[in-house]
Design a protein around this ligand. Structure first.
Ligand code: DGL
Length: 485
């Protein structure tokens, strides 16, 4: 088994993210791949057979496709129902959340009265009772099924006042029962931790079984000598089983809960087959081909898509191989040229989204020249010759005002053309300043920064540039366009 392989984690929904969050803190070098079976949650009311079946499908996907070195069942219900089955079927270590939570509660209680809140499935299984009574048969256990808590969390309402009120009402009998320790026996519940603590009072110790489980993961990695030897720079890999067209609640909760600045790159798994013959497969993300090989442009587009929660795999033109036909930019407007580019690419990639831009510099004293001829004003894509020609034409000219404009055109299978524009005004300097950028950047002076484009960092330029502004506009209109509105 390769030590550098990832650790798999599964849950019915967002609950397992509470375990992943803790695991990332305590095991920052490990890579985790998480699956939330959102299409079939909640697991709480399901039969043992169903829970075994679904949990197995996730485990099987992680083992065969992702080569995980360890499986963590970050779900109490699935642990209660399916742990022995998975242990018997898999040759990698399988860790559940119930034993660590039960043990921690046994060690924490002073009056030997422990409460358990969990799904109805976990309560019915009696799994916590079995574990705790292994340590002390005299411990009094008060268990309460709380399926509504799962619903509140999955609906992203866990921070609402109504949720606090409901938790308060539901937990009143448990609070009155005299327990001094309460197990959060469902991995969804740590998202409600502050409401639960408020309902139980500060004297009752809450046990987060997920957090306790991370200790066991650590211990097992040490014992089996399975700690990764390379630090993974990967981001979280998070999958869920609801379809890409469903709402984004999972992604929103995941992004907030894992305190991310940008939306999480969440992928979809499809449930293939019927009833007992099902398995999971990754749904290929639609591709967005950018008519450019400029790495900077590509990552700028990726960032904008992510911040709009849009799942598209952004690829540079070169990824199409050498098949791209030559594109002659002889249109009369930027839009015409950009449209020619996307149409030419669409011929060889008819099922993908395609984005192209055409941009140029317009100088007022030169009646808008070089305009659409910007790249070939003096020589084909010869930046130096182009700049010299502009400077020569402007010798002794007082009005040096100019603007850069950019038109972006996006097309997709069975979609109308989406056009976005951006424009920035400035002046033409007498000589070149700065080394960054390309084209006319060294002679285009931007008043906001009091520098030429070529003196700005890429990030500064993107904030104000014609292309940056066009991309921002595109990002705003994209979600509706993709939904066909
Ligand atoms: N998060 C799961 C658990 O720990 C179950 C929630 C559900 O799907 O009912 O039990």
């Amino acid at each position: 088994m390769n030590k550098n392989n990832p650790i798999g984690m599964v849950d019915s929904g967002v609950g397992g993210l509470t375990v992943i969050k803790e695991a990332q803190k305590q095991l920052p070098n490990e890579q985790f791949i998480f699956i939330g079976d959102t299409a079939r949650m909640p697991y709480g009311p399901r039969t043992t057979e169903e829970v075994i079946n679904y949990t197995w499908q996730m485990a099987d996907y992680l083992v065969t496709k992702k080569k995980i070195k360890m499986l963590v069942i970050a779900c109490n219900t699935a642990t209660a129902r399916a742990l022995p089955y998975l242990e018997s079927k898999l040759s990698i270590p399988v860790i559940g959340v119930i034993e660590p939570g039960g043990k921690a509660a046994h060690l924490a209680t002073k009056n030997n009265k422990i409460g358990v809140i969990a799904t109805e499935g976990t309560v019915e299984s009696g799994a916590y009772d079995t574990i705790i009574h292994q340590y002390d048969t005299d411990t009094l256990i008060v268990s309460q099924g709380e399926p509504d808590f799962v619903k509140i969390v999955e609906a992203n309402q866990y921070q609402d006042q109504q949720a606090r009120d409901l938790v308060m009402t539901h937990l009143a009998p448990l609070q009155a029962s005299g327990i001094d320790t309460l197990i959060l026996g469902c991995t969804h519940f740590p998202l409600l931790e502050s409401a639960i603590q408020a309902a139980m009072g500060s004297k009752v110790k809450l046990i987060d079984s997920g957090r306790e489980t991370v200790q066991i993961i650590k211990q097992t990695l040490d014992e089996l000598n399975l700690n990764t030897v390379t630090k993974h720079n990967h981001d979280y890999d998070v999958y869920y089983t609801t379809s890409p067209n469903s709402d984004d609640t999972f992604k929103i909760i995941a992004t907030n809960w894992l305190t991310r600045d940008i939306a999480l790159d969440v992928r979809h798994l499809q449930i293939i087959g019927s009833q007992n013959q099902q398995h999971l497969e990754e749904i290929a993300m639609p591709k967005l081909i950018v008519a450019s090989n400029n790495a900077h442009k590509i990552s700028e587009i990726e960032a904008i898509l992510k911040s709009s929660h849009i799942n598209l795999e952004v690829l540079p033109l070169r990824d199409l191989g050498g098949n791209v036909p030559e594109i002659i930019e002889d249109g009369h407007t930027f839009e015409e040229n950009a449209t020619k580019k996307v149409q030419a690419i669409a011929k060889i990639a008819p099922n993908d989204y395609i984005l192209a831009d055409d941009s140029g510099l317009s100088i007022n004293a030169l009646n808008g020249d070089p305009g659409i001829y910007s790249a070939r004003y003096a020589g084909d894509h010869d930046d130096d010759a182009n700049i010299d020609k502009v400077l020569n034409n402007l010798v002794d000219v007082k009005d040096r005002s100019a603007y850069f404009s950019s038109v972006m055109v996006l097309i997709g299978p069975n979609k109308p053309k989406l056009v976005a524009t951006g424009k920035i005004g400035g002046t033409i300097t007498n000589q070149r300043h700065g080394e960054n950028g390309f084209g006319y950047d060294p002679i285009f002076f931007v008043p906001t920064f009091e520098k030429t484009f070529a003196e700005l960092t890429a990030a500064e330029k993107n904030q104000v540039s014609h292309r940056g502004l066009a991309l921002q506009e595109l990002g705003k209109n994209l979600p509706k366009w993709l939904k066909g509105e």
